[in-house]
Design a binder for this molecule. Structure first.
Ligand code: MG
Length: 416
């Protein structure tokens, strides 16, 4: 599902300042590589690509100036990043520094502007989730994405389990978490004066405010994404890698801006059949053999249309063993092929058809064919029909049947 763009300024603070004690090795977690890119840069990329996001502040590790410098260099590619700053000793301190930097950089920052705080070690956040969180933030409304635990959850007191909790009432918090600037500033100031137990997310930071300062404030639960995992342990990184691998193996098929398809068909003459060509009946001549009305011209055109949008061939959509298509007027095939063209996101730009027949003379019938074909296509396009003989050569020359060739060019609806 695609959410609506919020059209209000939305700012992001990506916190990548941690020292990452739980992942072994000399590096902090946010600098570990996922498909040759440090984790924090995946987040920066997702926020850069999200149309809702106006500007981004990246908060890096204070205790590692080399890494911080490198962060500054790597993020210059992303024009929404307006600052890379050194963070503090705790997550909340780093968020505070990020928010102060933002306020110093953006003169027009208003109390109600959403600020999205994201953990730099959640590399697979999607632009869709970012947008959904941004959309929910209002003056007295914060938004937190959560997922439901898959395991049964127990309440533990000391060494004993005291209760099985209702999973539906439990949410595992993710980021980005969205808070309006005014409320976030107030909660950070309060926390600085009243340092409480470690605060691990913005939801807890707001809960840390005394109740009288939270009147009217609601926290919206946004459905999180299971792929939005936090890289804490080495196996999380492996899981992220396999998620990316899965995603790339399901890559969307390439969609061209414009494409051309080609179609070819032959039908033999048969006694006691009407000759139907280009959607009209041509009187006084033997018809063509076939399961449907054997309109060879339309069949070639349908194959060209299907070919142009990569949708296989006429036999796949209208099998000749299907009784539904017996003696069916081929204009129905054309109508259906046009619907497939539209479903695939294209419109027909132009089609050109050549019919090869020794007999009958087709030129006088072409205007009537064009009229009915255009009516069936039902959208403006350039349509051309040509008739030729094969100078007496081959099966058409021997008056055994009729052949038709067609090319069709389609343009993507969103093509500039
Ligand atoms: Mg055919």
């Amino acid at each position: 599902m695609v959410h609506k763009s919020t059209l209000k300024p939305v700012f992001a603070i990506i916190v990548a300042a941690g020292s990452g004690r739980r992942c072994p090795g000399p590096q902090s977690k946010q600098f570990l590589n996922l498909n040759n890119q440090p984790l924090y840069l995946w987040s920066v990329k997702a926020f850069q690509e999200c149309p809702d996001i106006t500007n981004i502040i990246v908060v890096g590790p204070r205790q590692n100036p080399t890494a911080l410098f490198e962060m500054g260099q790597k993020t210059t590619l992303f024009d929404k990043v307006i600052a890379v700053v050194a963070g503090g000793d705790s997550r909340t301190e780093s968020v505070d520094i990020g928010v102060m930097t933002l306020a110093a950089k953006i003169d027009t920052l208003s109390e109600i502007d959403p600020i999205l705080i994201h953990d730099g070690v959640r590399p697979l956040v999607t632009t869709d989730l970012i947008g959904k969180v941004a959309e929910q933030v209002e003056a007295e409304q914060i938004a937190i994405p959560t997922t439901t635990p898959t395991a049964t959850v127990k309440k533990i007191v000391g060494k004993t389990i005291t209760k099985t909790l209702d999973r539906e009432e439990i949410g595992l918090a993710q980021t980005p978490q969205g808070v309006p600037y005014g409320l976030l500033r107030e909660a950070l100031d309060y926390w600085k004066k009243n340092p409480a137990k470690p605060i691990t997310d913005e939801g807890a930071l707001i809960e840390n405010l005394p109740p009288e300062k939270r009147i009217g404030v609601t926290t919206i639960n946004v459905p999180g994404e299971s792929s939005n995992l936090k890289i804490t342990f080495p196996e999380d990184l492996q899981q992220a890698e396999s998620l990316l691998q899965k995603e790339s193996s399901q890559e969307k098929p390439y969609k061209p801006g414009q494409a051309t398809g080609f179609g070819y068909d032959v039908h033999a003459f048969a006694p006691n059949r009407k000759l139907i060509l280009g959607g009209i009946e041509i009187p006084g001549h033997t018809g063509l053999a076939g399961h449907s009305d054997a309109d060879v011209l339309i069949h070639a055109l349908v194959d060209a249309l299907l070919g142009a949008v990569g949708a296989g061939d006429i036999g796949r959509h209208f099998p000749d063993h299907d009784p539904a298509f017996k003696n069916l007027c081929s204009l129905h095939f054309l109508e259906r092929a046009m619907a497939i063209v539209r479903e695939k996101g294209f419109y027909l730009e132009a089609a050109d058809i050549t019919v090869v027949a020794q007999q009958p003379k087709l030129a006088p019938h072409i205007p009537a064919m064009l009229t009915i074909l255009k009516k069936t296509i039902a959208s403006p396009c350039q349509l051309n029909i040509k008739a030729t003989t094969s100078e007496g050569l081959g099966f058409t020359g021997r008056r055994e049947g009729i052949a038709a060739y067609a090319v069709a060019t389609v343009t993507a609806i969103d093509y500039p």
